[in-house]
Design a protein around this ligand. Structure first.
Ligand code: SD4
Length: 339
């Protein structure tokens, strides 16, 4: 097949989540994890709570534990979300974040990340290669440059200048998965469950200040050059220290089209609880004319200034990890598609 046709075909299936197989896979993988965890049912939101508090997308108790360690020692929410996300970035077994992330269809691991602080400052990197801790580079962009976002080679060069060590992010396992994908699925990519493991994290420190971060290798086998929602402030992440914060996971294109995280924070500003706000943001996606939401997943988690939390997704098996009041637990998200 000619390359042009390959791109066209692959982009249809490669950017969407193949719902049948994905949801089956989701069920197997996350059901097991959820069963193993202490699970609270989140159908009515996740209630009030105290600060400090940290929440993150999916099942990442080591990451939330690290973040809470910092918060309990009196550290800032900004340090907490950065270091919490770094735990997942460094974990080679996680094939959707940092080192070991699944590559694009040309075999390149490209990372997207962003961070936002209590003052509304933010930094972001897109299409970053060869640097494991994309979230830390995003923080450096925020703190050391007059810019908000750096991309590609420029971002990599900046990271190296800042002392980050370049390394090959394509592990043997991810390389093998990519090679298998090329052989078996050249014209019809199979969407792997690992596509769902972007980590987005929100924290409130003992001063009541909110920060957030998000980091991912994006969709596996994406087109070269593709950037998702995760590094886009307002889409993958938004924090307003007066109101609350939100992070997104799932099919980034759909999150970008609805500016999802900003929407959730604005809905909380108008009086909705984090749970109601996440639900409404999902409703905006599924209620679009001709929405093919049955074929993809999107999930949001949110916190408000009072330390209430919420999470909501299109399909079942999205979960949030929450560390609050001494309990670090995985919470199954409520979801739209109950049919
Ligand atoms: C993206 N939103 O690149 C990310 C993927 C993701 O869990 O969230 N995976 O579109």
């Amino acid at each position: 097949m000619k390359r042009r046709n390959f791109i066209k075909k692959a982009s249809i299936t490669g950017v969407g989540f193949a719902v049948g197989s994905v949801l089956v896979n989701c069920e197997e993988k996350y059901k097991k994890k959820l069963e193993e965890s202490s699970v609270a049912n989140a159908t009515d939101g996740n209630g009030k709570g105290s600060i400090p508090l940290v929440v993150a997308t999916w099942h990442v108790i080591d990451a939330t534990a690290k973040a809470m360690e910092i918060l309990q020692a009196g550290g800032s929410s900004l340090d907490a979300v950065e270091q919490g996300c770094m735990v997942e970035e460094a974990d080679e077994k996680g094939q959707s974040v940092g080192k070991g992330g699944l590559p694009d269809r040309e075999g390149n691991v490209t990372l997207d990340a962003c961070i936002m602080d209590k003052n509304g400052n933010c930094g972001s990197v897109v299409y970053l290669q060869n640097i494991t801790h994309a979230v830390s580079v995003a923080r450096k962009v925020m703190e050391e440059t007059p810019h908000v976002m750096l991309a590609g080679k420029g971002a990599e060069q900046f990271a190296i200048e800042q002392g980050f060590q370049p390394e090959n992010l394509l592990t043997e396992t991810s390389k093998e998965a990519w090679e298998k994908w090329k052989v078996e699925s050249e014209y019809k990519p199979i969407i792997n469950i690992e596509n769902h493991d972007t980590i987005g994290m929100l924290a409130i420190d003992i001063n009541g200040d909110i920060s957030g971060a998000c980091t991912t290798s994006g969709l596996a086998y994406k087109m070269a050059g593709r950037v998702g929602d995760s590094p886009i402030i307002g889409s993958g992440l938004f924090v307003d220290n007066e109101i609350g914060g939100c992070v997104a996971t799932g099919l980034g294109e759909e999150v970008v089209k609805t500016v999802g995280s900003f929407l959730v924070v604005e809905l909380m500003r108008q009086g909705k609880s984090p749970q109601e706000a996440c639900k409404e943001a999902i409703r905006r996606i599924v209620n679009k004319p001709n929405s093919n939401y049955k074929n993809f997943q999107v999930g949001y988690i949110a916190v408000n200034k009072q330390g209430e939390t919420g999470s909501y997704s299109i399909h079942q098996w999205f979960s949030m990890t929450k560390f609050q009041d001494g309990v670090n637990e995985q919470i199954q998200s409520d979801y739209f598609n109950k049919a």
